[in-house]
Design a binder for this molecule. Structure first.
Ligand SMILES: Nc1nc2c(ncn2[C@@H]2O[C@H](COP(=O)(O)OP(=O)(O)OP(=O)(O)O)[C@@H](O)[C@H]2O)c(=O)[nH]1
Ligand SMILES: [Mg+2]
Length: 328
C-alpha cells in the first residue's frame, strides 16, 4: 500500500529542508507529522518523523539554553490535597487532561513534543482540590532533567499510555525505564531496604484514547506489562472515565477530609483540612496552627466518635468526613 502523501505534506517537507534553525525544523516536523496519513503503510515514515522530532527538540532546546543561563530548574509549590506529576511519552494526552480537568492553559496539539515547561493546575473534586503538573514528554533520548526532579517532589504521578498508538505500551515502558536510570522509580516501594538516592513515586496508569478502535487490542498487550499499577482508562475527548478519574485522584492520595468548627457555631463545610489516613487530633491541630499541636488537650468529634459531640483525647484517630472542635 502506498503512503499517498498530500501536497501539503510535501510543502512542509520542503520548508523543513530549507529551515535555518532547530526551532524552525521542529515546527516543520510537527506539521509533517500532523499531515502524514496514519495507517499501516506509513508506519515507518511516522517512526522516522518521531525520531527526527525528538532530535530537533533536543537541538532546539540547546539553542534556547545557549542563549540563556544554563541549568533550568523549576519548583512548583504544592497546593491542595496533593500534587501529581504528569509523566508519559509524547502525544499521549497529558496536556489534554490538565486542560480538561483544570483551568490551566496547557498547549494541546496533535503532534509530539508540544509541552516544554511545567504547567500547574488545580482540579476540583467535591470539596477538595488536587494539583496536577503537566510536564514535557519522556522518550529514550529526550528527558529534561527537571522532569524527574519534579516527579520526585510530587506526592504521586500519573503515567500515561496512549491506546491509539501501536507503540503506546512500549513508549510508556520507555518512560519507566528512563526515569529508573535517574533513580526515580514509578510504583510502590518494595519491602526491604531501598538503595540510597532511589525514590519510589506512587503511580496511577492513565490509559488515554480508550474509545479508539484498536484500544482493546493494545490494552491486552499493556495489561501484561503494567498489571502492577492501578489503572484508569479514559477518553478525554469523549468524556469517558473522566469523573471516575477525578475521584480516584483524590482517593489515591490516601487522605481524609476533616471539617473544623468553633464552639457554638456550625462547622465550616466549605474547605476541609486534608490529612493522611490515620491522622489524630494532634495532627489536625498542627495543620490548623503550628502551636496548636502542642496546646490541644482534647476535641469534640462528630462522626468517628462513639456518639456525636463526644469529647475525645489527643490520640483519637480521625475518619473521613469528621467534624472536629479543638480545645486547647
Ligand atoms: N480521542 C482522544 N484524543 C486525545 C485524548 N487525549 C489526548 N488526545 C489528543 O491527542 C493529541 C495529543 O494530546 P496532548 O495533550 O497535546 O499530548 P501530550 O501528552 O501533552 O503531548 P506532549 O506535550 O508532546 O508530551 C491531541 O490532539 C489531543 O486532542 C483522548 O483521551 N482521546
Ligand atoms: Mg503536552
Amino acid at each position: 500500500m502506498a503512503v499517498n502523501l498530500t501536497p501539503q505534506y510535501h510543502e512542509a517537507e520542503e520548508a523543513y529542508k530549507r529551515a535555518q534553525t532547530a526551532e524552525e525544523r521542529l515546527a516543520c516536523l510537527q506539521k509533517m507529522y500532523q499531515l502524514v496519513p496514519k495507517h499501516k503503510a506509513s508506519e515507518k515514515l511516522q517512526a522516522d518523523l518521531k525520531t527526527k522530532l525528538s532530535l530537533a527538540r533536543d537541538e532546539a532546546e540547546k539553542e534556547k539554553k545557549s542563549a540563556k543561563k544554563p541549568g533550568v530548574s523549576y519548583k512548583v509549590p504544592k497546593q491542595g490535597a496533593g500534587q501529581y506529576a504528569l509523566l508519559g511519552p509524547p502525544n499521549a494526552g497529558k496536556s489534554r487532561l490538565i486542560s480538561s480537568l483544570t483551568a490551566a492553559k496547557a498547549e494541546v496539539a496533535p503532534y509530539p513534543y508540544t509541552t516544554r515547561e511545567p504547567v500547574a493546575g488545580m482540579m476540583d473534586w467535591e470539596d477538595v482540590r488536587v494539583q496536577l503538573v503537566d510536564l514535557p514528554p519522556v522518550t529514550a533520548d529526550f528527558c529534561e532533567p527537571f522532569v524527574s526532579s519534579l516527579a520526585r517532589a510530587a506526592d504521586a504521578a500519573l503515567l500515561f499510555l496512549d491506546l491509539a498508538d501501536d507503540d503506546g505500551p512500549f513508549a510508556t515502558q520507555t518512560v519507566i525505564d528512563r526515569l529508573a536510570e535517574v533513580k526515580t522509580m514509578l510504583g510502590t516501594a518494595p519491602e526491604g531496604e531501598i538503595p540510597a538516592g532511589v525514590l519510589y513515586v506512587p503511580t496511577i496508569l492513565v490509559a488515554t484514547k480508550c474509545t479508539d478502535p484498536g484500544a482493546e487490542d493494545r490494552w491486552s498487550v499493556a495489561a501484561e506489562m503494567f498489571g502492577a499499577f492501578p489503572v484508569l482508562k479514559v477518553d478525554i475527548e469523549a468524556g469517558v472515565g473522566v469523573d471516575a478519574l477525578r475521584e480516584q485522584l483524590f482517593r489515591f492520595l490516601n487522605k481524609i477530609r476533616v471539617y473544623t468548627k468553633e464552639p457554638g457555631k456550625p462547622a465550616d463545610k466549605t474547605a476541609p483540612y486534608t490529612c493522611p489516613v490515620g491522622s489524630n487530633v494532634v495532627d489536625l491541630a498542627g495543620q490548623v496552627h503550628r502551636d496548636l499541636a502542642e496546646k490541644v488537650k482534647s476535641a469534640r468529634v462528630w462522626g468517628s466518635a462513639a456518639f456525636d459531640g463526644q469529647t475525645v483525647g489527643r490520640d483519637h484517630v480521625l475518619k473521613d468526613g469528621d467534624i472536629v472542635e479543638l480545645h486547647a
